[in-house]
Design a protein around this ligand. Sequence first.
Ligand code: PLP
Length: 394
Amino acid sequence: MKKKIQFPLMRNNILREDLDKIIRYLKGNDPILTNGKKVREFEDKWSKWLGIKYSVFVNSGSSANLLSMAILKTKFPEGGEVIVPPLTWVSDISSVIQNGFKPIFIDINPKTLAIDSKKTISKINKKTRCIFLTHVQGFNGLTDELLNEAKKKKIPIIEDVCESHGAKHKNKKLGSLGWISNFSFYYAHHMTTIEGGMFCTNDKIAYQKARLLRSHGMVRESDDKKFKNQYIKKYPNLNPDFIFAFPAYNLRNTEIAAIMGISQLKRLDKNIYKRTQNLKYFLKKIDPEIYYTDFDLRGSSNYAFNLILKKPNKVFVKKLIYKMKKNGIEFRRGSAGGGNQIRQPYLEKIVSKKLHKNFPNVEHIHYYGFYIGNFPDIKKKEIDKICSILNSVN
Ligand SMILES: Cc1ncc(COP(=O)(O)O)c(C=O)c1O
């Protein structure tokens, strides 16, 4: 049974006005299209919006994850442990492994879908190099307890905010509280640059390293003379234009994407407000006897509506999937990243066989969790219709 999608995950995230700005630029005299002034302008505007000092525009959120772990590796070439959630995107764990760190998994708090603070703190030890936390689906995964304990123990927090642009902890935007933060601008996110991501930090050295690592590890990419000169002085036999400080990548984005980013950023706050209002309306309309509604909404900036069964029920799940397909409700099963990452084949040889069973809250989401579209353009009437379909499953 294949029914036309009536209620998609996302609609109209790229508007005529975004495209017109790109076309106007392209019509200019000999426009530069590779990473240049527009990228820098977008980075500066993004830093201002987020309330941090430095941003590095890259070609995806996964690339921002990779940059973050590559920088951690420059500090800890010997490796160590990185605390990660099992409910996240694949690149939050693959970047850890690719850089020689061991992922240590922590179960989630069902109210925020992020790693549980108490359990996280209990896993910190001498080998812990950082906490790589994901703010899942727009919920705030930070707590004062975690921030204070990490600070006390000198363990940096890296925030993955790829699904949670504009969400806050108290009055500060997520992505401005940790050592480093990552954003994605893939199509269905709070804003888009077609493909794209941002690496953000207040740390001057991490920023310079990120600039290099984004571009083949080339020292000339640094915008700090002192930082650059260290290398130039140390390697007099190398051409200063071609000093490769790290075995790195090409993660750059383009002027076209930056123009789209600058245009989209103007609508971001308004769209976040609409997403938040929609979420509240979804929660008002959905049946709390069937679906989980007890989320911690403080500071949240909803990405998609999370439809999680209150109790395990395999028969109900089958009926729910049938109903969603029949009525053209687009959905993803398992919430962020498709559920429990520990079950994925890429981890088969890295973690023990039954490890996934130690995380009951993520396991519940894996089997009984879904998300459906919540986006600025969705109408109240559509939410009414969707909820009445979902509530009628029995
Ligand atoms: C939490 C999280 N991290 C990282 C990413 C990767 O972002 P991208 O798709 O831009 O590579 C995603 C993707 O949606 C994500 O949800």
